[in-house]
Design a binder for this molecule. Structure first.
Ligand SMILES: [Zn+2]
Length: 318
């Protein structure tokens, strides 16, 4: 039997068009158990090799397995969550630090990122988009229109915004009550890409085992290539029926006996005043407005995010 060992390389596939144009990077398996992107990229590579898909202009870079250690272990993390802290470090402390040292400059060399993921509990696919244009300190951004235009052509109807500011507030709350929290926790692939001046979307293609997820991932890349003018395919018109959900609060678990009022699914609708969970001392946690409960995690560790609250957003309403 071959002894498994820690991967020592990151395979990257690149097709450079002979005509200049946009530089798109597509990532699969940033979380090792989310393999729809890996499958989609392998299919695209086959088509590129056979010549049934041709890059007419620009550069397409694909990383089929962005976290090879996690992929090998068939789980979300290798040593840690690659998508929560990405920066270049002189002295890498873990496997994901070494991957980040390769991925960060690679992202910086591109204009657009499509990061392909899947999720744990049943639900419909959705895209996570960045902030509106702003000059704030946390995530200044000036390319919201370009990012939205790409998002609206991915083949999903549900869009989620507000990730980093909500997460950052959660980290601040955690620090305020004296729990350990690092400051750049929360900065993943898309946040890094936007910091470098690019546009970036996380596409959650379906449940991990959903057999439609690889097809959705594949179609999303094809439509992005068309949208960016890198292939001669017909450009898809923007999604009309869109649902925009803004995350506005993250609630941490504070005690092992904190419990949900019931077995919530992600993106379940909640009404103002509805009891969502109980603290270990019996205190009720209720929704402060009509909206959704998002990413509930019954197995959350103490001082880690337990669930998010979200409300309807008017963004993208045209
Ligand atoms: Zn993921």
């Amino acid at each position: 039997m071959v002894k498994s060992s820690v991967p020592t390389a990151l395979p990257i596939q690149q097709i450079v068009g002979l005509n200049s144009g946009p530089k798109l990077i597509v990532l699969g398996a940033v979380h090792g158990n989310e393999t729809c992107g890996t499958e989609a990229i392998r299919r695209l590579l086959q088509e590129l090799e056979q010549g049934t898909l041709r890059i007419e202009r620009g550069t397409l870079t694909m990383v089929p397995i962005a976290n090879p250690l996690a992929y090998q272990l068939k789980r979300r993390h290798g040593d840690r969550n690659l998508n929560r802290s990405m920066r270049v470090t002189d002295v890498p402390q873990d496997f994901e630090d070494r991957i980040a040292n390769v991925l960060c400059p690679l992202l910086q060399a591109h204009d657009a990122l499509l990061d392909l993921h899947s999720f744990h509990t049943p639900g419909i696919p959705f895209a996570l988009i960045g902030p509106c244009n702003n000059h704030g300190d946390l995530q200044p951004f000036s390319r919201a229109e370009a990012e939205e235009a790409m998002a609206l052509r991915l083949g999903v109807n549900r869009f989620v915004e507000g990730w980093l500011e909500t997460y950052a507030q959660g980290v601040a709350d955690r620090q305020a009550r004296g729990a350990a929290a690092s400051l750049d926790y929360g900065v993943g692939t898309t946040e890094t890409m936007r910091r470098y001046g690019g546009i970036a979307i996380t596409l959650e293609c379906g449940q991990h085992e959903d057999e439609k997820a690889p097809q959705l991932a594949y179609d999303a890349v094809r439509h992005t290539l068309a949208h960016l003018g890198m292939v001669t395919d017909t450009v898809r018109s923007p999604t009309k029926e869109s649902e925009i959900i803004r995350l506005y609060q993250v609630v941490d678990r504070l005690h092992p006996d904190d419990r949900f009022s019931r077995n919530w699914r992600s993106f379940e609708r909640t009404e103002r005043g509805e009891v969502l969970a109980h603290r270990h001392d019996g205190a009720e946690l209720t929704a402060d407005k009509d909206g959704w409960i998002v990413f509930p995690n019954p197995n959350a560790q103490v001082d880690q995010e337990w669930f998010y609250l979200a409300e309807a957003s008017q963004r993208l309403a045209r």
